[in-house]
Design a protein around this ligand. Structure first.
Ligand code: NAP
Length: 262
């Protein structure tokens, strides 16, 4: 059966229901894309986010699922196929911090396994499934240009000894980006990484006072918290395909946190 001709480009943003993922989805909608987003909560809990995206002109599919459960990937992609018939952009954004920040001398293997499953293994295999679909689309239409953007973190290179599991999961995402970029370049599919610094979302709500103080003391060269919109703009610049002959790039959205200074 032939797939319907959906004219707008379609992006899947994992964890697009709030925080950085919602900021990314908002900017992609404004750039003229239709959207598939997911999270784990039921649709009734994320209606405000869906409405906000529709107001920006996007057709929105919300499909609740856990990115760590590889068996659920097929259902997500089938839903996108039947709604839109195409997928041009994958943004691997969904991710979690450890429940408790614990010294690496004491942190548990359970926390390590949870972070690897959600932050690294899930997106790695979701990319595999999407990449195979994008390659099919490229074979059917030579003008097709797929883009994958992985949202990692400055923690891919900056050490926090009280959340080693998080840092290792994000360092893995950085390597996964390089692997997929190399494997998919010949198919015209670009793969990039966006590395946010300290961004104001639910994830950082519990450490607001700590980062307020660190930012006031000069943690970032630009003296403010980042916003989901800051990350959304960077992802959209990559996802709209304005860059050519470019893949495997790392875009820092960290207010200069990782610039070595003295
Ligand atoms: P957040 O506010 O906690 O939002 C997380 C989003 O991911 C929600 O939409 C959530 O869905 C979804 N999600 C979480 N676990 C999931 C799972 N197993 N399956 C499917 N969806 C899941 O987090 P955030 O601050 O926006 O972070 C987004 C990404 O940016 C993460 O990868 C994070 O590591 C990275 N990052 C964040 C910061 C920061 O300072 N905030 C800095 C650097 C990198 P529900 O709403 O259904 O739970």
């Amino acid at each position: 059966m032939s797939e319907s001709k959906h004219l707008k480009r379609v992006a899947l943003v994992t964890g697009g229901s709030r925080g950085i993922g919602l900021g990314i989805a908002e900017h992609l909608a404004e750039a003229g894309m239709d959207l598939a987003i997911n999270g784990r909560r039921p649709e009734s809990d994320v209606q405000d986010s869906i409405d906000a995206l529709r107001r920006r002109g996007a057709d929105v599919l919300y499909h609740p699922m856990d990115v760590a459960e590889l068996d659920e990937h097929t259902g997500l992609l089938d839903a996108i196929r039947s709604r839109f018939g195409r997928l041009d952009v994958l943004v691997n954004n969904a991710g979690v911090a450890p429940h408790e920040r614990a010294d690496i001398l004491e942190a548990s293997p359970e926390s390590f396994d949870r972070l690897m499953r959600i932050n690294l293994r899930g997106p790695y295999f979701l990319t595999q499934a999407v990449a195979n679909w994008m390659r099919e689309q490229k074979q059917a239409d030579d003008a097709f240009r797929g883009v994958v953007v992985n949202v990692s973190s400055v923690s891919a290179t900056v050490v926090s000894v009280n959340r080693g599991d998080y840092c290792i999961s994000k360092a893995g995402v950085a390597m996964a980006t390089q692997l997929w970029a190399a494997r998919l370049a010949a198919d015209g599919i670009a793969v990039h990484e966006v590395r946010p610094g300290v961004i104001k979302t639910d994830m950082t709500a519990g450490v607001t006072a700590k980062y307020d103080k660190l930012i006031a003391e000069g943690l970032t060269a630009e003296p403010r918290w980042g916003t989901p919109g800051d990350v959304g703009r960077a992802v959209t610049a990559l996802a709209t395909g304005e860059l050519s002959y470019a893949t495997g790039n790392v875009v820092m959205v960290d207010g200069g946190l990782t610039i070595q200074r003295m």
